[in-house]
Write a new protein. Sequence first.
Length: 115
Amino acid sequence: QVQLVESGGGLVQAGGSLRLSCAASVRLFSFNVMGWYRQAPGKQRELVGSITSIAAPTYAESVKGRFTISRDSAKNTVYLQMNSLKPEDTAVYYCKAVVRGLDYWGQGTQDTVSS
């Protein structure tokens, strides 16, 4: 059983920064892909970015240059550093891991960016 726990969300003013963490219950090398998603009120969940063990992270166009995904294998944790935040970045952020073809989701963390 894979468990993912997000943390680090909160309220920030536009232009500010937040760093989200996704702590996994298993070693990161077990994952095929780990991704960050977000869901704003009334909108579909969308992919923010993802990382694999063999390739550089990829990002949605809307966050490219502002968000950075990194990983700390010693802590079994993946991070989402969010800079230059905009009100339209307000959403619940989720991490997802794909392990042997199965999807595992965290519980989500609310990020609110005020104008």
